[in-house]
Ligand binder design. Sequence first.
Ligand SMILES: NC(=O)C1=CN([C@@H]2O[C@H](COP(=O)(O)OP(=O)(O)OC[C@H]3O[C@@H](n4cnc5c(N)ncnc54)[C@H](O)[C@@H]3O)[C@@H](O)[C@H]2O)[C@@H](O)CC1
Ligand SMILES: Nc1ncnc2c1ncn2[C@@H]1O[C@H](COP(=O)(O)OP(=O)(O)OP(=O)(O)O)[C@@H](O)[C@H]1O
Length: 476
Amino acid sequence: MNLLKRATFIFSERPLSLALGSFPTKQSSLTKTNPPATLSSRPRRSKKRFANMSLEKLMEKFLEQSMEAEDNFYRLEEQRLQAEDKRREEEHSRELQMLQMLGQIFAGIRAPSPAPQATPQPSCTPQTKTAVPPTRPPFGNGNHPPALTEFASHSQPAGPGLLMEEVIERSFSLGTAAMDNVIPLLRNTIPPLTSKKHKGQDGRIGIIGGCQEYTGAPFFAAISALKVGADLSHVFCTKDAAPVIKSYSPELIVHPVLDSPNAVEEIEKWLPRLHSLVVGPGLGREDMLLKNAKEIIERSKLRGIPIIIDADGLWLVAKEPSVIQGYQRGILTPNFMEFTRLYEAMHHEPLDSTDHKRSAQQLAIAMGHLTLVLKGEEDIITDGKNMLTCSQEGSGRRCGGQGDLLSGSLGVFAHWAFSSPPDATKGMNPSLVAAFGATSLTRQCNRQAFHKHSRSTTTSDMIQEISSAFKKLFES
Ligand SMILES: NC(=O)C1=CN([C@@H]2O[C@H](COP(=O)(O)OP(=O)(O)OC[C@H]3O[C@@H](n4cnc5c(N)ncnc54)[C@H](O)[C@@H]3O)[C@@H](O)[C@H]2O)[C@@H](O)CC1
Ligand SMILES: Nc1ncnc2c1ncn2[C@@H]1O[C@H](COP(=O)(O)OP(=O)(O)OP(=O)(O)O)[C@@H](O)[C@H]1O
């Protein structure tokens, strides 16, 4: 809506509230219902100042002022939230360090055992200028341990001669190996629940998705994020999807903005408050929605927000890989179909489906060493340098929506992993640790739900299992 139209709209609603110049609340000045002020209560000076202006000019001036006030408010709010986050993250990292020290002390008292093997550490190569939370060093710190196996060039797509054996592979099913290696790293990143916490501190997750056809997928992702332990879960969806998603759950915060003309600006206002973003569940493939999603990804990258791309978000990446290529806090979670599309878009040749690990590694490298989770009978997780596989027992039940549980929970794990100090993950790429957590959890939920409901198992049944699966995997 242009200024004039907006002005006319306001005028018809509140003709006497024109001289108000500032709007200190976050609510849009256009929808705010100020109590009507009487003309006699106004200062004389402002009357004089505006006396010669036409009504239209007056309205324009008023709108300019109110938009300026709104911008100022958001700027201040952003600064306040950043300071708050910084303080909380420092507190969180102190608590984690204390817990780790205590753990080491107790372990030493119980049974002195050989020091754990140092886990391989990937590099975080800077590809994009980003603001990075203070607890983890910025990308490209060059702090690689000697055990790290790196490929000659990070930016070159992998050629067919790439040495698979150079990948440090760790294959875990639930049990000894996973418990001994990656799961403890993930545990280190889980924020302790203390009485000092405030709402939002353990995660404010945003889901970009939800359109007329698909309302289940963003719901599954958002509610899974909450059940894993995020404090707030926002869904940014189209106008017609919003009431449906809201009706599924009062827990979710639903913004009907994704198809609005100023969708990107509307969503950008929320970015300072979000810790991670999941783009794609139920997004659909309409050009306008993909364009908005693309712009939101670009703006989130500038803020260093971990971004998980799933489902139709991967359709966008297959069309425009540069949108996420090289972003070290980006994680792609394709199923086999999505993987094939991506692979063929990047390599311009058919996928060799006989060797999934090699193909996954090649794609991760071609995407600039971001983390890829190829879902399937075993989940392959790789950043092109390191590879984990998760074959935690699930079931034969493949109902729709399981991938949404995975991407929503990954949003939370990624936030926790990236906001923990580097020694929490022993230098291992936080994306790999987070992805391993999310795949293990999804499969464990599937297994538990299947145990109860067998062939009737649905994703909602799996979501009911998140609490006990989480305890079993990460808190027992
Ligand atoms: N309740 C809902 O609202 C749901 C919505 N969903 C959304 O639906 C949209 C489209 O997702 P699709 O996955 O259908 O789209 P795709 O075009 O990626 O997949 C097409 C079809 O390929 C098949 N497929 C999957 N894995 C395969 C494999 N390993 N081998 C062979 N065939 C395989 C499946 O039948 C799938 O439907 C996304 O936005 C997604 O988020 C899904 O998340 C499912 C639940
Ligand atoms: N053959 C399999 N055996 C065991 N687990 C599997 C198998 N295939 C997929 N999974 C698990 O199911 C989860 C979701 O994977 P899936 O391939 O169903 O995703 P998706 O198609 O993207 O889901 P969605 O229906 O939400 O779009 C993953 O955690 C994966 O580990």
